[in-house]
Design a protein around this ligand. Structure first.
Ligand code: NAP
Length: 280
């Protein structure tokens, strides 16, 4: 099993993986864009050694590609020129369909993955220990995925105490559009809507905003780069979910306009029940 772990991109996800993997006793080699990020990663104990030269990753048995989504594909082309044959590469990108086939075609030891954990912050200073503990971590193998590479990644995910799930890339992208990507845009819309209130009311609302508004806007107020990449890379599934959302919000709006308390009560009871299926 792997002893040296490489992490490309020492941000929120890469740094958090590093913190846990160092604690678990692995040698962690980190590569990031800025030397300052590498220094902070060393200081925080998220890596054993770090630098800006990608050739450092040659020492790794498994590499976690934790770059922003728009850099994952291009980075694979560069990575494969540096790694030893047999080195397992896994990514953490929030959308799987655009990368999995092409990455596996150029590197037969590639395994797609996505940890379902994060915060509203980004960068190495936002990295947290135990970020993945008791959180879902999805792997998305395809028929061409190397079974031994898959087993090695599964072993590490289990060591992180994450809840391991396996599904195909297309189902993954549809499911995350429903519970992650559409909520980002619905939550962002909620924040943007506040601007339509008169300035005096906006000011008062800012003073009164409490836990309910914090809960419903957390994901809309997060890293814009992440939301943008969700929209660009998971466009079809996201558009489908936003279409369904528009339909439901219009139904609710009609019931409110008609003062149809019975219909509203039915829908709200249904939503109360549904929440328990998704959030325990
Ligand atoms: P992030 O905090 O912005 O981290 C990305 C890091 O990549 C940056 O800190 C940057 O490091 C580094 N980087 C950028 N270009 C680079 C390059 N050319 N060479 C080397 N390093 C480079 O983003 P993140 O939230 O960790 O997201 C990373 C990946 O995780 C994305 O693919 C995202 O889809 C996925 N993901 C995110 C979340 C979430 O909630 N945030 C959850 C699950 C999965 P420097 O500081 O050195 O510039």
């Amino acid at each position: 099993m792997a002893k040296v772990i490489g992490i490309l991109g020492l941000g929120l996800i890469g740094g958090s993986l590093g913190l846990d993997l160092v604690r678990l006793g692995y040698t962690v080699v980190g590569v990031s864009q800025r030397i300052q990020t590498c220094a902070i990663a060393c200081e925080r104990g998220a890596v054993t050694v770090a630098g800006t030269h990608w050739a450092l990753l040659k020492a790794a048995d498994i590499v976690f590609n934790c770059l922003p989504m728009d850099k994952v594909h291009g980075s694979m082309e560069r990575l494969v020129t540096l790694l030893r044959p047999g080195t397992v590469v896994t990514d953490v990108a929030s959308v799987k369909m655009p990368f999995i086939e092409s990455a596996t075609a150029i590197w037969p030891w590639f395994v797609g993955g996505h940890p379902m954990a994060g915060t509203a912050h980004q960068g190495i200073t936002a990295a947290l220990p135990h970020l993945f503990r008791e959180r879902p971590y999805v792997l998305t193998p395809i028929p061409a995925t190397n079974p031994d590479s898959l087993a090695q990644v599964q072993h590490l995910i289990t060591a992180l105490e994450a809840q391991l799930y396996t599904t195909d890339p297309a189902s993954h992208d549809q499911a995350v559009a429903l519970i992650s990507h559409a909520p980002v845009f619905i939550s962002a819309a909620l924040l943007l809507t506040t601007q339509s209130a008169p300035p005096g009311i906006q000011h008062l609302a800012q003073q009164l905003a409490s836990s309910g508004f914090a809960d419903t806007t957390r994901v809309g107020g997060g890293n814009p780069e992440l939301g943008l990449n969700m929209a660009l890379y998971n466009r079809a599934a996201l558009l489908e979910q936003l279409g369904s959302y528009q339909y439901v919000i219009e139904k609710l709006r009609e019931n409110i306009a008609q003062g149809d308390g019975q219909a509203l009560e039915t829908l709200l009871k249904q939503s109360q029940q549904l929440r328990q299926d998704y959030v325990t």
